[in-house]
Design a protein around this ligand. Structure first.
Ligand SMILES: [Zn+2]
Length: 124
């Protein structure tokens, strides 16, 4: 936490070093944990993902939901129902228990925000 208690926090997301997504099945995927419980957030975590061209997150599911916003690039949301296209400006709700995978299908980076409950962190 870099503010005194009660002050809003401003995070320089582009100045934050990305970390590789460590889950098995991830490729060319990095994460910046913008706001987490370390910052005093009790309920929601905000993460910024970036997938290189041909990169993807693992195909997986978990009990908690994801709320995702596509900031830049083109991609595909994979799951049991097949692949669906994603583009800048799309918002995605992945309900808990639903299999999902994000893949970059474009020639530039695919960037998206992914919000999750604090107590149940996982990859996108
Ligand atoms: Zn997930």
């Amino acid at each position: 936490m870099n503010t005194k208690a009660g002050d809003p926090l401003i995070v320089d997301s582009l100045g934050m070093a990305p970390k590789p997504v460590a889950m098995e099945g991830a490729r060319g995927a990095v994460i910046r944990e913008l706001i987490t419980d370390r910052d005093g957030a009790p309920t929601f975590a905000m993460r910024l993902f970036e997938l290189a061209p041909e990169g993807h997150t693992p195909k997986h599911s978990h009990p908690h939901e994801h709320e995702i916003y596509i900031l830049a690039g083109a991609g595909q949301l994979g799951g049991a129902a097949g692949g669906r296209p994603l583009r800048q400006g799309d918002a995605v709700f992945v309900p808990g228990g639903v299999e999902h995978q994000f893949a970059n299908t474009g020639s530039g980076p695919l960037r998206f925000l992914c919000l999750i409950p604090i107590e149940k962190k996982s990859a996108a």
